[in-house]
Design a protein around this ligand. Structure first.
Ligand code: SAM
Length: 290
């Protein structure tokens, strides 16, 4: 037996569960699942199956459902059990509870009522992706699922444009192409990114390239399964304005505004749209002078 049944102090225990491979569970998580007075889960069937795989008996315990659709109704019952001195283990469907998953309100309310709240930490898809993507991991921002509605998506993405941190999004295979093409428009074609899918599972894949390359690759070879999208931080190249203007002026002698914008943006690591505006201003100025 690889877990121990031992008395647990009263309190709420958030238990992280695997994001694919069932063996990515910690021994302590198994101890808690085996020993807690009360089990609660976002998806009761998934937790039951996980416990079966690891040989943990439910005994006379039921698994209480606690998810986004019944949280308001189910929370008072769980808080009552905690107030009665019970140990309550809570697992989300996969990965770490509260990370794009339920648990925040339960945690907040349990803390407000003076309960012990602790966790058996474990996998989270975003951190797993970051650790194998080859993108900078010293500073990162987890942005969760992008909003679905057209009106809010642009401002959602735009708020991170210049952030000096690797960005992480959760995305569905149905929307990943749309998201990448919107990101090309907002962040520019050239930022490095990684589609990290089916992590820890049979078809695990990390597909890397610029935003534009990834967008194109999806057109030829669409992806299935669960996805984390990572995007490189905004460029730190602060172009010297005089150098930039000088280069634009020189190139406008022989090339169109569009071509100049593309070339100069590439060289200085800037967004093509911004350089286009600058090139257009200079071009108009040059025409007025003549
Ligand atoms: N709590 C989870 C965690 O700690 O990562 C996240 C739950 S969220 C509801 C589910 C999303 O996480 C999926 O739609 C996908 O974007 C991402 N995800 C979960 N498992 C994954 C995996 N094995 N590979 C890639 N992405 C995964």
């Amino acid at each position: 037996m690889s877990f121990e049944i031992k008395p647990l102090a009263a309190g709420l225990y958030f238990v992280a569960t695997p994001i694919g491979n069932a063996r990515d569970i910690t021994l302590r998580a198994l101890d808690i699942l085996a020993s807690a007075d009360v089990l609660a889960a976002e998806d009761t069937r998934t937790l039951r199956k996980l416990m079966e795989i690891h040989g943990i008996a439910l005994k006379d315990r039921k698994i209480i459902a606690y998810h986004d659709h019944n949280g308001e109704r189910a929370r008072p019952g769980l808080l009552k059990l905690l107030n009665e001195g019970k140990s309550v283990a809570y697992a989300s469907e996969a990965g770490t509870p509260l990370i794009a998953d339920p648990g925040f309100a339960l945690c907040r309310d349990a803390l407000n009522e003076g309960m012990k709240v602790t966790t058996a930490p474990g996998p989270a898809a975003f951190v797993t992706a970051l650790s194998i993507s080859g993108l900078a991991s010293d500073r990162f921002l987890f942005a969760g699922f992008p909003p679905a509605s057209k009106g809010t998506r642009r401002s959602f993405f735009a708020q991170f444009t210049d952030l000096q941190a690797t960005l992480g999004f959760y995305e569905s295979p149905k929307r990943i192409h749309k998201t990448l093409s919107e990101l090309c428009d907002i962040y520019g074609d050239n930022r490095q990114a990684a589609i990290c899918r089916e992590l820890t599972k049979k078809f695990e894949e990390v597909r890397k390239g610029t935003l534009a390359e990834l967008c194109e690759s999806l057109e030829n070879s669409p992806v299935k399964g669960e996805i984390v999208l990572l995007v490189e931080r905004g460029s730190q190249t602060v172009a010297d304005l005089e150098d930039l203007e000088q280069m634009i002026k020189e190139q406008l002698q022989t090339q169109s505004v569009k071509d100049v914008a593309a070339e100069v943006a590439e060289k200085f690591g800037l967004k093509r749209r911004d350089v286009y505006q600058k090139a257009l201003e200079i071009h108009k100025g040059q025409n007025e002078d003549e």
